[in-house]
Design a protein around this ligand. Structure first.
Ligand SMILES: [Zn+2]
Length: 431
């Protein structure tokens, strides 16, 4: 057993619970006990790690295409259609499996350094994404994309790949596979129905982009007379572990469907603001009991993988949208990237520091003016959301294994990866 002592534990629940002067006992990758030091069981011969700062749960990024670190910042300032045609598609056409693995390894190390211990990835070459997170020590739910692009096989083949990978997963909770049909406007509806049936049958996460832009559903609406959410419901896509990414342009009826079918939302305000997609109805979603978790989206449209920035932006935008400074509380904002994010992806074993969950821990340095003053315990959560950021993350553990020590990866050489990503990005750009 290993015992961690900390100035405080931030649990990652909706109430913003904080345990001052706390102890976390970890064994076999699981949290065995959490509570005040004064009530802790006898440590026995446990190895004790004394942490001067605040321990939080590892954050959960519910929507990412992290290997796109290869394209970060490229085509800045272009409108979407030119960005896709002139920048993204020519590069992705040259992408090799090795490119994906190297880029994912670098991106995964970056996320761990930012306190993000698990991410939902939707990108090509899922086995290479798995190899990358196995190397860095992170967790991932890897949704094999279903998308009609030359060189990536038929939809049937893509679905078969997702199911084959899911059947072969180790079951240790580190790498899980899901199904990632890109969207209702790029994937035929019968394929979506088939993918959803398979996801329900095997209890897999099905994640799909929904209502990201105001116009993406126009053609479907003209053809079928239904909004994208209604169309998904009508084609038996909803139900089970369904996670809609973005869900920005949702009317009352769409939200009602999400509530009825318990569809979760990956809320990506960084991407939605950069691409001018719009502001999701976060307060309405939470009031209706819809599960929501924070996502960064890909680093070509955010441009970073820093969930601390997104959770702060979520609070800022919710308050602006509602013209109400209470529209999203600081505890709620932190919960959206921790406990709520885990619930949104159907992984109740993650996202909170409570007994029985996986020991994914983040040590945040609280010896900084950004953490002052502290009058009561809740101030720690307030500072975490408003003034502290990923720059204060010192150490990260996944399943009790330390993967970041004093701001540096313990598993991979980040400088070498940076140089490798640079060289590959230039080759993909044709330079
Ligand atoms: Zn996306």
């Amino acid at each position: 057993m290993e015992r961690f002592t900390a100035r405080a534990v931030v649990v990652g629940d909706r109430a913003g619970s904080v345990i001052p002067d706390a102890v976390v006992d970890v064994e076999d990758g699981l949290i065995r006990w959490v509570g005040p030091a004064a009530e802790a069981p006898d440590a026995g011969d446990a190895q004790v790690t004394v942490l001067p700062g605040v321990l939080t749960p590892g954050l959960v990024n519910t929507h990412s295409h992290a290997p796109m670190v290869l394209f970060r910042g490229q085509g800045e300032g272009l409108p979407l259609d030119r960005w896709l045609r002139e920048v993204m598609w020519p590069r992705e056409a040259r992408l090799t499996p090795e490119d994906v693995e190297v880029a994912m390894t670098a991106a995964s190390a970056e996320m761990l350094r930012h306190g993000v211990t698990a991410s939902v990835e939707m990108y090509f070459h899922p086995e290479r994404i798995a190899a990358a997170v196995t190397e860095t020590g992170a967790r991932a739910v890897i949704a094999n994309p279903l998308i009609g692009l030359p060189g990536f096989g038929s939809f049937d083949e893509q679905l078969d790949t997702a199911l084959r990978l899911a059947a072969g997963a180790a079951g240790d909770g580190l790498v899980e596979y899901g199904i990632g049909p890109h969207s209702a406007y790029t994937v035929p509806l019968p394929v979506l129905t088939q993918a959803a049936e398979a996801a329900r049958k095997h209890d897999l996460l099905l994640t799909v982009h929904v209502a990201e832009t105001a116009t993406e559903g126009d053609e479907l609406l003209a053809t079928h007379g239904l909004s994208v959410p209604s169309l998904l419901a009508a084609h038996d896509v909803l139900g089970g572990r369904v996670l809609g990414a973005h869900c920005v342009h949702m009317d009352d009826g769409d939200l009602e469907l999400w509530r009825e079918y318990d569809v979760a939302v990956a809320h990506c305000p960084g991407s939605n603001t950069k691409l001018a997609s719009g502001t999701a109805r976060l307060r309405d979603m939470l009031d209706q009991g819809i599960r929501v978790g924070m996502g960064t989206d890909g680093p070509a449209s955010n441009d970073n993988l820093d969930l601390f920035e997104d959770l702060r932006l979520a609070a800022q935008l919710a308050r602006l949208r509602e013209r109400d400074a209470t529209a999203l509380t600081a505890p709620e904002a932190f919960w959206l990237a921790s406990g709520a994010a885990a619930a949104a992806i159907g992984r109740e074993d993650l996202g909170q520091l409570t007994t029985g969950r996986r020991a994914d821990l983040v040590h945040v340095d609280s010896e900084d003016i950004a953490f002052v003053p502290v009058g009561d315990a809740l101030d720690l959560v307030t500072h975490l959301v408003w003034s502290v950021g990923s720059r204060h993350v010192r150490d990260t553990w996944v399943a009790g294994r330390q993967v970041v020590r004093d701001g540096v990866s313990t598993t991979v050489d980040e400088a070498a990866l940076r140089a490798d990503v640079q060289a590959r990005a230039m080759r993909l750009a044709g330079r």
